[in-house]
Design a binder for this molecule. Structure first.
Ligand code: HEC
Length: 137
């Protein structure tokens, strides 16, 4: 009996550490998302002449949007992630899909050489659509 209690305590400690790791990984990955967005804004506002970098940032953003659904495992509550993420899974999944589709659309627009304004705005709206509902201020 004592052995079982000991093993259970060890498992709980291990899972608590894993959850914290998942929350931190989510924050670091979201910072990368924000970094690529901000870098594109710098280019669009012509603060830097690096128009040739747009494709790299758009590709990275699309890749990051693709892994976004893995950033919210059950039990990784914490940071600025609101509990509604886990209590409204269907609506939350739709926000993730909107993000993925918008980021994929931006990548296509950048690679096509056409004006990217509308596609970029759509990505911005997908960030806001999720943050307004699922991220603490
Ligand atoms: C489907 C939901 C969702 C989408 C879409 C989304 N985010 Fe987030 N974002 C979150 C949540 C939830 C957090 C809080 C994470 C935490 O604190 O654990 C967050 C946190 C962040 C952070 C702060 C990271 C930190 O240091 O804590 C930045 C920056 C960020 N997001 C940028 C963006 C940008 C830019 C976009 C769009 C290109 C975006 N996010 C799209 C849900 C989303």
């Amino acid at each position: 009996m004592r052995l079982i209690t000991f093993l259970a305590a060890g498992l709980l400690a291990a899972s608590a550490a894993a959850d914290e790791g998942a929350a931190e990984y989510r924050e670091h990955t979201m910072e990368a998302v924000g970094g690529h967005m901000q870098a594109m804004v710098d280019i669009i506002r012509q603060k830097v002449p690096h128009t040739s970098h747009m494709s790299l940032h758009a590709n990275a953003l699309a890749d990051l949007a693709g892994i976004a659904p893995t950033l919210f495992p059950a039990g990784s509550e914490g940071g600025d992630a609101l509990p509604e993420i886990w209590s409204n899974p269907q609506d939350f999944a739709e926000r993730l899909t909107a993000f993925e589709e918008a980021a994929a659309g931006l990548k296509v627009a950048v690679d096509s050489g056409e004006p990217i304004g509308p596609a970029f705005q759509k990505v911005g709206q997908s960030c806001k659509g999720c943050h307004d509902n699922y991220r603490a201020e």
